[in-house]
Design a protein around this ligand. Structure first.
Ligand code: SF4
Ligand code: FES
Length: 249
């Protein structure tokens, strides 16, 4: 396959970025999107040009770092996959592909396609820990009966990989889907109930301080989320928040 790439190049947070054109050939349909980017970078290095900076780590859909906007969609045209799981067979020979960083005010561009998503880390830190007795007489987790429906929902929420596609897709740069997943994975389980009040209040406070917008009820986040995190979690976050507000007064 031969492709025309229009890639966002930006030296650093202070500089003005722009889309630059690159032509690439010898791309096979079985390559992943990141492997296609690797081929381009090798060519750029061989020509003594600056390679395109992009985030990646696991390359198997679990770390959430390979976040980029591809033809106007977070993680590209496929459903329920991350950029590293996207294959070039989703594109046609001769296609033009626009590749841009995730854009949101709380995620400043570091270089090219790499953005600073430490705002997510600070939200998670604000959530704190759960109280688990680790003094040697820890109760076996399997000894606490949990309804299957709740266990499944908690597990589904815990599959959020913190990639930020939900934020980048939302017209309000809302982090509600991410925060709701992190709140839900604990609030549904008995182990998470002890600190539930502080957790939700602190995480929402931090989310607001970081500058994320409120939910627009558009549902684009759920559509673009590579892990299929359900909007149901945002409803749960709102309930948990109201309950916590009431308790804390
Ligand atoms: S909710 Fe989905 S889109 Fe948002 S950070 Fe988690 S995995 Fe990514
Ligand atoms: S590189 Fe880890 S999810 Fe894509």
């Amino acid at each position: 396959m031969k492709l025309n790439l229009k890639i966002w190049r930006q030296e650093n947070n202070k500089s003005k970025g722009e889309l630059r054109d690159y032509e690439i050939s010898n791309i096979t349909p079985d390559m992943s999107f990141l492997e296609m980017m690797d081929v381009l970078n090798e060519e750029l290095i061989n020509r003594n040009e600056d390679p395109v900076a992009f985030d990646h780590d696991c390359r198997e859909g679990i770390c959430g770092s390979c976040s980029m906007f591809i033809n106007g969609q977070a993680h590209g045209p496929d459903r329920l996959v991350t950029t590293c799981q996207l294959h070039m067979r989703k594109f046609k020979d001769g296609d033009t592909i626009f590749i841009e960083p995730f854009r949101a005010k709380p995620f400043p561009v570091i270089k090219d396609l790499v953005v600073d998503r430490s705002a997510f880390d600070r939200i998670q830190h604000a959530g704190g820990y759960i109280s688990v007795n680790t003094s040697g007489n820890t109760q076996d987790a399997n000894a606490i009966p949990i309804e299957k429906r709740d266990a499944d929902k908690a597990f589904d929420a815990a599959t959020c990989i913190g990639c930020a596609a939900c934020v980048a897709t939302c017209k309000n740069a809302s982090a509600m889907l991410f925060v709701s997943a992190k709140v839900s994975q604990y609030s549904l389980l008995p182990q998470g109930k002890v600190e539930a009040t502080d957790r939700v209040l602190n995480m929402v406070k931090q989310m607001d301080e970081e500058g994320f917008g409120n939910c627009t009820n558009t549902g684009a986040c759920e559509v673009e989320c590579p892990k299929g995190i359900s909007l149901e979690n945002i409803a749960r976050l709102n309930r948990e928040f109201l309950k916590a507000k009431y308790k804390s007064q």
